[in-house]
Write a protein that binds this ligand. Structure first.
Ligand SMILES: [Zn+2]
Length: 71
């Protein structure tokens, strides 16, 4: 299973650092990552136009998606 995460969520997935999130997003992001289990960064994928982060749900515009694979 591959998830597409925004850069913000990737920081949390990589470092468990949620200091840049507000309280509501922190709850959503940590709940997603707990449910997903252990994730490994696969790489970056350029997305054309809009895409939604699988983790926080925010719509991303122009930023590459970080691809994380469940282990
Ligand atoms: Zn996100």
């Amino acid at each position: 299973m591959i998830y597409r995460l925004c850069l913000s969520c990737s920081v949390v997935a990589a470092n468990a650092d949620t200091s840049h999130l507000d309280a509501e997003d922190e709850l959503r992001v940590t709940a997603f990552l707990e449910a997903a289990g252990l994730l490994a960064l696969v790489g970056e994928q350029d997305e054309a136009g809009y895409w939604d982060c699988d983790c926080c749900g925010w719509t991303q515009i122009g930023d590459p998606a970080q691809r994380w694979e469940t282990m």
